[in-house]
Design a protein around this ligand. Structure first.
Ligand code: G1P
Length: 860
């Protein structure tokens, strides 16, 4: 292998690394619907089912290298040597002699360490099987010496067994709650309480560590506490039980102490080249738990193997829902990882991987809706009920619960009980629903009923959408743009609550009002019912007058509070559509009038002093990418302005060497009137990092306005930075951002993945639903045909699997080519347009379920 951190080894997304153990902060997710793990090359990381149930101690990024507590596996060899198969021990000299390598795939990790001086090689396979709340660790040891080796193996899993909150809130006291039950194969820990001074609760979680040899034999000895395993003078990196080969001291008290899943297996002699394996199962189960169920499922290598195959198949299938063949195998492999990221975020929320050490599970409102974009493309039918359910988080004042739990109807008003209103939250549901509507043509969903959070009333989804977008139209600041409130998409703009305004998202509200207006004209109804109080927001006032808007808004709030949106009135659809269009047009012309700066880009914000945040200030250019993305996406920026924006992005935001686009220029000053973002070091997080979510949305916006060549360069910049693993120092995935050193940060759980999938499928390849029909409108660049004149993408549409193959023998780029021929399963299709092809849903439905259909598109 070269100086890369890893290389792909097949076309299934698997990769190998020989130096992953040298990279700090590198971790990998393992998960199923119930259990979430993070694991590093030396098996640090944690295992949990939620905020209050961690089997291994919760870790932040920095703990991955500093914490002594980790999964370990020790050997006591020939009565004179000790070796850790994970490379976590005090004997640094010995670790240097280990030859390390890692293989990983969707979603498994295998580390190999070989120590010639010791004469052993171990492979440790880690994965989370599909259906059980356990992580499996299978250790296979091989004698790589020429002599027989005699050893005693020890599995060593420190059990934390409590809530993340207790890490520094009664850490010792909560150890007094630990109750251990010994089992022939290991132990169970069931704390007596979930310790919480706001109100203690009965604990229902069982934490367990079980293990056996390859021949299903139980361990000989169990050390159930850390104290017993490590000894007074030892610790987890030098446990005396291993170092001095001590048996457990059965006289010691074991209850109410820090628990330990340390299992000592029988002494074994391995002949040269011989192999032997051990299985360790670590899990968390709620309620009555019989360990036999787990033991019987996994107590032979054949059973482990079967579980491993099922696990791999599950994730591989998921990564193939949208399958690309771009002529660049690395891209195709990398895309598999990106395409499972929305599922990972659905499982982990934004809280449960080492970088994401905030929140207590669940997902933020904005993330929830954007992740649904990716999920809709895979299976809109399955997402329908989820969408309806999510609308139940909207309040009658147009705001919403900010955290959404895993279960239907589980809404948490505010994270950490800090009540905040993000002004962009009203934007996302419509964008997501619009995708759903186009993919399915299911307009009926607009008339499904959903509740209002914190109230007993209900309304149609359409009513929810109207409310969200109308309220923000009226919530204006002094410049007559939507107020920034506690922040918008950029969580870091959180210090302009009083006078801040977001032009960026005013653009999106203008877009949404127009979209709803257009939708209304498609529903085929003359009248619809909406809450009586909402009529107030449809009254005519002079939109130029901010006081007039605010006074209508206040009237609405007062009436909605007393009437609760219970009483519904009929309203003429045409009239309503007209009113919304008027509002949208007004906002559009307002933005057009004064948001464009002479510096050649849009100002997107007013700060808490009412001053424009962007432009040239004291000789320094202040420019933000979000402020350009949304005018483009919403259709407000003209083609001429887009061209100028592109020049300004090139001039001010593009790093010429790395080819990455910064989220903003360096303001070189704290921005106490705008937000915390500017207090971060420049180049990280929301202060000017290469922030992938905004970069992808920028590319999406450019595509939707026909700037395909420029958009592809933007997409490529992200891919190139990710795949350059020597510098990005992450496994294949799209991280939240790259810092100024181009290092990938916050892996896996990021909204950019959904947008990346959306952009690639629906804009680059141009395969998307249009009111339920299938539209093909490729915006492919010449460069994409560099390696091959034939590229393809597969997806499911209207429940039918289709593979769309683009042949471009003359390797022309968007703008130069036309669709000159199209064949569905070898039958020629009639072509109406030169750049688009529409296949009616009814024709799609005639195709069989069971096979993959081929759609060939010839470009020329
Ligand atoms: C994260 C948050 C997202 C927020 C963004 C910018 O983005 O999850 O809600 O809008 O930071 O503050 P992500 O990691 O999803 O790209």
């Amino acid at each position: 292998m070269t100086d890369k951190l890893w290389c792909f080894t097949d076309n299934l997304g698997s990769f190998a690394s020989e130096n992953a153990d040298k990279i700090k902060g590198l971790y990998f997710p393992l998960a199923n619907e119930a259990l979430m793990s993070s694991i590093t090359p030396d098996l640090h990381g944690d295992i949990k089912t939620g905020q209050n149930s961690f089997l291994l101690q919760p870790v932040s990024r920095i703990d991955l290298e500093n914490l002594k507590s980790s999964r370990n596996f020790w050997f006591y060899i020939n009565k004179n040597k000790v070796w850790s198969a994970t490379g976590v021990s005090k004997d640094l000299k010995q670790i240097k002699d280990d030859k390390f390598s890692l293989e990983a795939g969707l979603l498994w990790q295998k580390i190999t360490r070989e120590n010639r001086k010791i004469g052993l090689k171990t492979e440790i396979l880690s994965f989370v099987p599909k259906d059980q709340p356990v992580e499996i660790m299978q250790v296979t040891v091989t004698n790589v010496s020429r002599k027989k080796i005699k050893f005693i193996p020890f599995a060593a899993i420190p059990i934390y067994a409590r809530s993340a909150d207790n890490l520094r809130d009664h850490r010792h006291v909560t150890s007094l709650l630990q109750r251990i039950t010994l089992n022939k194969f290991g132990l169970l820990v069931k704390p007596t309480l979930v310790f919480d001074e706001k109100g203690h609760r009965h604990n229902k979680a069982n934490y367990f560590v079980l293990g056996w040899e390859q021949n299903s034999k139980a361990p000989e000895y169990i050390y159930p506490t850390q104290e017993m395993f490590c000894g007074e003078a030892g610790d987890l990196e030098a446990p005396l039980s291993v170092l001095e080969n001590l048996k457990p001291d059965n006289r010691q008290r074991i209850q109410g102490k820090e628990a330990m899943g340390a299992l000592r297996f029988k002494e074994t002699t391995l002949n040269p080249k011989a192999r032997y394996s051990y299985t360790i199962i670590m899990g968390i189960s709620e309620g009555d738990f019989n360990p036999d169920t787990v033991i019987n499922k996994f107590n032979s290598p054949a059973k482990i193997n079967a579980a491993f195959e099922t696990c791999k198949k599950y994730w591989l299938n998921l990564s193939e829902k949208i399958k690309v063949k771009t002529g660049e195998p690395d891209f195709d492999n990398w895309f598999r990882w990106v395409s499972i990221q929305p599922t990972l975020r659905r499982i982990f929320g934004c809280s449960f991987l080492p970088d994401f050490d905030y929140g207590k599970g669940g997902r933020g409102w904005r993330d929830l809706w954007q992740d649904s974009l990716g999920l809709i493309l895979n299976n809109p039918k399955a997402v329908r009920s989820l969408l309806i359910n999510n609308f139940g988080g909207v309040r009658i004042d147009g705001t919403n619960a900010t955290i959404i739990g895993k279960n239907p109807g589980e809404f948490i008003p505010d994270r950490n009980n800090i009540s905040r209103v993000w002004m962009d939250h009203g934007v996302w549901p419509l964008l997501t629903l619009d995708l759903y509507l186009n993919e399915t043509g299911d307009l009926n969903i607009l008339f499904e009923m959903a509740g209002y959070f914190g109230s007993e009333s209900k309304g149609t989804l359409l009513e929810h959408l109207l409310l969200q977008n109308l309220v923000r139209f009226f919530t204006v600041g002094n410049h007559n743009y939507a107020r920034l409130l506690d922040a918008d998409w950029n969580d870091g703009l959180d210090m302009a609550g009083k006078r801040g305004e977001s032009i960026a998202f005013s653009c999106m509200y203008a877009h949404n009002l127009r979209l709803v207006s257009e939708l209304l004209l498609k529903i085929g109804r003359k009248e619809i019912k909406i809450a009586k109080e909402m009529g107030i927001l449809l009254r005519k006032v002079d939109y130029n007058k901010t006081e007039a808007k605010l006074s209508l808004l206040n009237e609405y709030f007062a009436k909605a509070k007393s009437g609760n949106l219970k009483q519904k009135i009929s309203i003429e659809v045409n009239k309503l559509a007209g009113d919304l269009k008027l509002k949208s047009d007004w906002l559009t012309q307002h933005i057009g009038k004064d948001a464009w700066l002479k510096e050649g880009f849009f100002n997107g914000y007013y700060d808490n002093q009412g001053l424009a945040a962007e432009g040239r200030k004291k000789g320094i250019i202040r420019m933000m990418l979000a402020s350009q993305t949304f005018p483009i996406m919403s259709g407000i920026a003209s083609a001429k302005q887009i061209k100028t924006i592109l020049q300004s992005v090139h001039k001010y935001l593009l790093d010429k060497k790395l080819k990455g686009i910064h989220l903003n220029t360096d303001f070189r000053q704290e921005q106490y009137n705008l937000g915390r973002a500017f207090s971060f070091i420049y180049g990280d997080k929301e202060n000017g990092a290469y922030f992938n979510h905004m970069i992808v949305m920028f590319a999406y916006a450019l595509y939707s306005r026909g700037f395909a060549k420029e958009a592809w360069q933007v997409i490529k910049s992200i891919y190139n930075m990710s795949i350059n693993s020597r510098v990005s120092k992450i496994y294949p995935c799209l991280p939240e951002y790259f810092n100024s050193e181009a290092r990938g940060m916050y892996s896996y759980l990021t909204g950019s993945a959904s947008w990346f999938v959306l952009t690639l499928l629906t804009r680059v390849f141009g395969i998307r639903g249009k009111e339920g029909d299938l539209l093909i409108e490729p915006k492919l660049s010449q460069e994409q045909f560099k390696n091959s004149p034939v590229i393809s993408i597969g997806r499911v549409f209207a429940d039918r699997r289709v593979r769309i193959i683009f042949s471009n023998p003359r390797r022309l780029g968007f703008g130069e080519y036309r669709i000159i021929k199209a064949r569905l399963n070898s039958n020629d299709l009639h072509l109406d347009y030169s750049t688009q092809l529409l296949i009616r849903r009814k024709d799609m439905l005639k195709l069989s379920f069971s096979k993959t259909h081929t759609l060939e598109i010839i470009l020329g």
